[in-house]
Design a protein around this ligand. Structure first.
Ligand SMILES: Cc1cc2nc3c(=O)[nH]c(=O)nc-3n(C[C@H](O)[C@H](O)[C@H](O)COP(=O)(O)OP(=O)(O)OC[C@H]3O[C@@H](n4cnc5c(N)ncnc54)[C@H](O)[C@@H]3O)c2cc1C
Length: 403
């Protein structure tokens, strides 16, 4: 039997994990990534629950732990930098708002890419523009490369997925805006962090934060704001920087002016709206979506990386188990992942308003609720929220291979 060919769009977290597992499920894998080189940006992301199990099964868990960033916890600071509420990293057994294993997104992307690289063809600097399914497979048209036909096409190309647009329709049908925006970037060292992830809120729904990086001399920063749609191209760095300056104008507390300067100088600024992706189904014909493209839970939940890694594992594992019968495999993939994703997409209490309160009163309330998080009765509610990463009965496809 010849190996089925699979095209994966996106060499991010879901794409690299899918490449690794699809190779092991016996597919010939090609990955197309729009960027010219692997994208290393982003802050720390956490790999929890079943995500850690998948990393162990990929044999990359030790590498992830070795590259993880040591953090002491999350603290909310006021205009003068005084801590108003804090949550230690070991609260909730190391699975709280900051988890005990946090790795820079760029480092995780590198580890997964290295694990996937053997026997996988990578096409950098290109993008899917159209898909046509027929009896012989799916013919894919690209922006630059000539058209090719594959047995399967996997969209792992993030919230603004090109594969989803080509196979399911325009993103406005699936993107649920949560009413805010976030910028992530690398900033210079800030000794006052002392291992803490510090967060500051200002009236108007303005959130700034700074957390440790892995390399000496750098920290990872974020500027976010609540609000309706903005008329800015998220890839236009100059326009994004001007927008951040406009939104944060007049905020002089904590390190906000320093952060705006750091954003101006940052080589890796990423900016996007805070959205969830909601779809009834993630597969159609020979096309399947995985990770943020299928089901982004948004950065407010802290579950996106876990969904990406676990989704890639289940999708490929079911293809192997069904001996490449994509109809049967895709149905099982959705059946296994849908309940897990539904829980992951539940927002933390308060949702966007909890993350970016608009008034001074709202900021005080949110700070108080963080202080009470480790105390009865809030502790039990919070513990249930943080336990979601484990809420899946993960099949062991590695045992299939051994057998
Ligand atoms: C540079 C960057 C920085 C990020 N920083 C953070 C962060 O700090 N905190 C956080 O919570 N989340 C961050 N995220 C999102 C986070 O990685 C995801 O929410 C999560 O890990 C799920 O991964 P994913 O692979 O589904 O999506 P992503 O990690 O977003 O990967 C999608 C990949 O697809 C590629 N792509 C997009 N469009 C196309 C196309 N048309 N053709 C081919 N390839 C395409 C992208 O370049 C990217 O490599 C970041 C994402 C990126 C790309």
């Amino acid at each position: 039997m010849t190996a089925p060919t699979a095209l994966i769009s996106g060499a991010g977290i879901a794409g690299s994990a899918a490449a690794y597992w699809l190779r092991r499920a016996g597919c010939d894998v090609t990955v197309v990534e729009r960027a010219n080189v692997p994208r290393r940006g982003g802050q720390t992301v956490d790999l929890r629950g079943a995500g850690r199990t998948v990393a162990r099964r990929m044999d990359v868990f030790d590498e992830i732990v070795a590259r993880s960033v040591e953090q002491r916890g999350l603290a909310v600071v006021d205009d003068d930098g005084r801590v108003r509420a804090s949550l230690q990293v070991d609260a909730f057994d190391g699975n709280g708002m900051v988890s005990e294993i946090e790795i820079l997104r760029g480092d995780l992307a590198d580890v997964l890419l290295a694990a996937a690289a053997d026997d996988v063809e990578f096409v950098w600097g290109d993008s899917v523009v159209a898909l046509t399914e027929h009896a012989g497979g799916v013919t894919v048209e690209f922006e630059r490369s000539p058209a090719r036909t594959f047995d399967l096409v996997i969209g792992a190309d993030g919230t603004h997925s090109a594969v989803r647009a080509a196979a399911f329709g325009p993103e406005t049908r699936f993107l649920r805006p949560l009413g805010g925006y976030q910028a992530w970037f690398t900033a210079p060292a800030a000794p006052e962090l002392d291992g803490w992830y510090l967060m500051h809120r200002a009236p108007g729904g303005l959130v700034s934060s700074l957390r440790p990086g892995r390399l000496p001399g750098e920290t990872k920063a974020s500027l976010g704001f609540a609000g309706g749609p903005v008329d800015v191209d998220r890839r236009d760095g100059a326009a994004v920087r001007a927008l951040l300056r406009e939104r944060f104008a007049g905020v002089t507390g904590w390190k906000v002016p320093w952060l705006l300067d750091a954003a101006d100088a940052a080589p890796d600024l990423v900016f996007d709206s805070i959205d969830q992706v909601r779809m009834d189904r993630w597969t159609i014909g020979r096309v399947a979506l995985v990770g943020d493209a299928a089901c982004s839970p948004s950065s407010l939940t802290g579950m996106g990386t876990c969904m990406a890694v676990v989704g890639a594992y289940v999708l490929a594992g079911e293809l192997g188990r069904a001996r490449h019968d994509h109809r049967a495999a895709f149905a099982r993939y959705e059946e296994i992942m849908q309940p897990y994703v539904a829980q992951a997409q539940e927002l933390p209490p308060g949702g966007m308003a909890g993350y970016a309160p608009r008034s001074r009163f709202g900021i005080t309330l949110s700070t108080l609720s963080m202080r009470s998080m480790t105390r009865w009765p809030v502790r039990a509610i919070a513990a249930r929220f943080f336990a979601k990463a484990d809420a899946i009965d993960l099949p062991d496809y590695t045992a299939d291979r051994a057998g």
